[in-house]
Design a protein around this ligand. Structure first.
Ligand code: FE
Length: 128
């Protein structure tokens, strides 16, 4: 693994080396930086925002699918701040500071997603 403290990079490395083509992932831990994304349907694109502070990862949940021939993660995260409020969103990247505990539930199949140009979102494609 290149940088084991970057969650998305490390988990992507894991699904590729383990040849996981579909499944579910869940995780908890702590981070000191996270970049979340919010999808704006009218613009068909994500807006990024980076938070630099110590935060509890109260939950990461996501799935694995094949997009353009590559095993790809889709992750969402909920982060707890020092004042006990929460941030949440689509996860672009986060840096572990403390612990990161993840469990994969691989499925014995291959799930494909294709970019839907009408919405701008990668959607399940059960015909592939
Ligand atoms: Fe998402």
């Amino acid at each position: 693994m290149k940088n084991q403290s970057n969650i998305v990079e490390a988990l992507t490395d894991f699904i590729k080396t383990q040849h996981i083509l579909s499944g579910e992932v869940t995780g908890i831990g702590a981070v000191d930086e996270a970049t979340l994304q919010f999808f704006v349907p009218s613009a068909k694109k994500y807006v990024d925002k980076t938070f630099q502070e110590q935060m509890e990862v109260s939950n990461i949940s996501g799935n694995v699918a094949v997009i353009d021939g590559e095993s790809t993660l889709h992750l969402h995260i909920t982060l707890g701040r020092e004042d006990y409020t929460a941030l949440a969103g689509h996860l672009l990247e986060a840096r572990i500071h403390g612990a990161g505990e993840f469990i994969f539930y691989p499925l014995n199949t291959r799930v494909v997603k294709t970019k839907d140009h009408k919405t701008g979102i990668n959607l399940y494609d059960f015909e592939k």
